[in-house]
Design a protein around this ligand. Structure first.
Ligand SMILES: Nc1nc2c(ncn2[C@@H]2O[C@H](COP(=O)(O)OP(=O)(O)OP(=O)(O)O)[C@@H](O)[C@H]2O)c(=O)[nH]1
Ligand SMILES: [Mg+2]
Length: 238
C-alpha cells in the first residue's frame, strides 16, 4: 500500500458517499486505503459508511467514542493508517480528490530520503461565502506575519506528508490549522501547491465566528510559544 487517505468527519452523511466514489475514481493508479474517522456523528454518517464498506474493501471506519474535534480525528486516522504516506482532506467535498495524484507525485519527488516534507493545498479560488473569504484572508495575513510560516493558505484540508513525521508534531485541539508552522519550526520543509476548491453542496459548516476567531487568537500565541521552544534536531549513529 502506498497512500492512506485520512478523512475526519462529523455529521457528513450527505457528502461522504459521493466523496468516496470520487476518491476511487481519482486514485486508479495508486494502491491506497481510505481511513474515515467519525467523530461521534449524530446523523447517519456511520450507517452510510458501513453500507459503502460492504462493497469497498479499501474503506476503513474509525469511530471516536465521543466528539474530540477535527484535529484529533485527523490524528487518530493517521495513527491507524497503514501507509508511510498520508493525504488528508475534508469530508464535505470542498476539496477535490482529483488533486491528490499530482500532490502525491510532488511529495514523493521532493521527499527523497527525507520525511520532513509537507505538501499543503492552496485554495487559490475559495468557494466560500464572502464573509468567510474576507475573514480568512485577514486571518491568514495576521497568522503568516506572526508565525512567519510563509504559506498563503494554512487551513486547507488537503495536505500530504509522512505518517511518522506528522505523529511527532505537538498534538492539541485545532492544531490542523498550524501544521505548516509546526513543520517549519522543527526543520520541516513546506511546499504550497494550488488546488481546486468547491462549494459545500450538502450538510452544514461546523465552524462559526466563535469557534474559529477566538480560538484562533488563543492558538496563535500558543503556537508562537511552541515555535520558541522547538529545536531542529539532527543526529546520526556512530
Ligand atoms: N472529526 C471531526 N471532524 C470535524 C469536526 N468538525 C468539522 N469536522 C470535519 O472537518 C472538515 C472541515 O469542516 P467544515 O465544517 O467543512 O469546515 P469549513 O470547510 O471550514 O466550513 P464550510 O466551508 O462551511 O464547509 C469536514 O470534513 C468536517 O466534517 C469535528 O468536530 N470532528
Ligand atoms: Mg468545508
Amino acid at each position: 500500500m502506498n497512500l492512506s487517505v485520512v478523512i475526519p468527519v462529523f455529521n457528513e452523511a450527505q457528502s461522504i458517499g459521493s466523496l468516496i466514489t470520487e476518491i476511487s475514481d481519482a486514485l486508479v493508479k495508486i494502491d491506497y486505503e481510505i481511513v474515515v474517522v467519525d467523530d461521534y456523528s449524530l446523523d447517519e454518517t456511520v450507517n452510510v459508511l458501513t453500507k459503502i464498506q460492504s462493497s469497498n474493501k479499501r474503506l476503513r471506519i474509525i469511530k471516536h467514542e465521543r466528539n474530540y474535534g477535527q484535529s484529533f480525528a485527523v490524528r487518530s486516522g493517521v495513527k491507524c493508517a497503514k501507509s508511510t504516506w498520508i493525504a488528508t482532506l475534508d469530508g464535505d467535498g470542498q476539496n477535490d480528490p482529483s488533486d491528490i495524484p499530482r500532490l502525491f507525485d510532488a511529495l514523493i519527488k521532493k521527499s527523497g530520503k527525507n520525511k520532513n516534507i509537507l505538501i499543503a493545498g492552496h485554495r487559490y479560488k475559495r468557494k466560500d461565502s464572502w464573509l468567510k473569504r474576507i475573514s480568512s484572508k485577514y486571518a491568514n495575513k495576521v497568522r503568516s506575519n506572526l508565525l512567519k510560516d510563509e504559506v498563503p493558505d494554512t487551513g486547507c484540508g488537503l495536505k500530504l506528508f509522512s505518517r511518522d513525521y506528522f505523529l511527532d508534531l505537538p498534538s492539541f485541539n485545532h492544531m490542523h490549522r498550524y501544521i505548516p508552522a509546526l513543520y517549519i519550526s522543527r526543520g520541516g520543509v513546506v511546499f504550497s501547491l494550488e488546488v481546486n476548491h468547491r462549494h459545500r453542496k450538502k450538510g452544514f459548516s461546523k465552524y462559526g465566528f466563535n469557534n474559529r476567531f477566538w480560538v484562533g487568537i488563543t492558538d496563535l500565541f500558543g503556537v508562537m510559544w511552541l515555535q520558541k521552544r522547538s529545536k531542529k534536531i539532527s543526529f546520526k549513529e556512530n
